[in-house]
Design a protein around this ligand. Structure first.
Ligand code: GZL
Length: 308
């Protein structure tokens, strides 16, 4: 009788455990990797069975993964969308299967708000404004800027540029003189920066690099050093994410400022799905914000982060 009792308890536990599918963009940046690790750790801590899919930055892989989660009958789906468009068909399939979908980080462009449960994300425009305000204060409003944009069509790239440009418009002696996508990666960021340096007399005309994420900024720092200039002094470096390698670069004087982007979006996502499954109302947008960090606290912050 004891054996039967323990098996039935196990069965009940199995039924209670939530199964969630997570469609992740890829592993293009240090921030993205921290984000994935944080979600996996949160799932483990909560006894959630997580089905994880890495789309290698391709939307068609994300859509395939979501269809497979629906076919497996998961209790909830988390999507970190690589770009904003193209989501309506698969979201309608999830809705028909009555599976709640949480959008995390970048946004999606859908009219029907009932196609997803909630979105959990940082205010990207605010990140762009914060870093632009710091740069304008640092350069007394006079700076010729080379911009490394993120992935074309990604909310983080669109909205960070929007926030940055809104501040820049108030400083007529500052402007963006070069701008191109570095696809949020270190290698592409370095390649694009090399072309900027060639086009701008070896970098003499460039006051600062504005990179939409630390990864591309770290690539630009490599290119600037190889061109014989000092990043952080000859050319200022400003960015967003707050990954450990960037804190190290700031501590070594090779970068100047970044706005931290929290990678801990798993907990709020699981909370939202569990609240929904318990019949509770969930608000449509749950936003996170990050602080601006500069060289003066970088060494201490790096020590804290590198051990995480
Ligand atoms: C922003 C996120 C961006 C990060 C990059 O929330 O979408 O994608 O800033 C990552 O590091 O590639």
């Amino acid at each position: 009788r004891i054996i039967i009792l323990s098996i039935s308890i196990l069965m009940i536990n199995k039924v209670a455990a939530t199964t969630i599918g997570f469609s992740q963009v890829g592993s293009e940046s240090g921030w993205r990797t921290s984000f994935s690790e944080s979600v996996k750790a949160q799932a483990q801590a909560r006894g959630i069975e997580l089905k994880f899919s890495d789309a290698q930055q391709k939307q068609e892989n994300q859509i395939k993964a979501v269809r497979s989660f629906i076919a497996q009958g998961v209790d909830g789906i988390i999507i970190a969308p690589v770009v904003e468009t193209g989501w309506k068909p698969v979201l309608r399939e999830a809705k028909r299967a009555r599976i709640p979908v949480v959008i995390v980080d970048r946004n999606i462009k859908v009219k029907q708000q009932s196609l997803f449960l909630t979105r959990i994300a940082s205010d990207f425009e605010e990140e762009g404004e914060k870093i632009a305000n710091w740069l304008m204060a640092q350069t007394k409003g006079e700076c010729a800027i080379a911009e490394l944009q993120g992935t074309v069509g990604a909310t983080a790239a669109i909205d960070r540029a929007k926030g940055f440009n809104r501040v820049l418009a108030k400083f007529p002696k500052s402007k963006i003189i070069r701008s191109q996508t570095g696809e949020f990666t270190r290698s592409k960021g370095k390649e694009v920066m090399e072309s900027f340096l060639k086009a701008e007399q070896g970098g003499k005309n460039i006051c600062a690099v504005w990179a939409h994420n630390d990864e591309m900024a770290l690539g630009a720092i490599q290119a600037i050093k190889e061109a014989g200039l000092k990043p952080g002094t000859d050319i200022l470096i400003v960015s967003v994410d707050g990954v450990p390698d960037y804190f190290k670069a700031m501590a070594e004087g090779e970068a100047n400022a970044t706005v931290e982007l929290s990678p801990h979006l798993g907990g709020p996502s699981f909370d939202a799905i569990e609240a929904h499954l318990a019949g509770k109302k969930v608000q449509k947008l749950i936003s996170t914000t990050g602080d601006l960090f500069t060289q003066d606290t970088a060494a201490a912050e790096y020590q804290k982060r590198r051990l995480q």
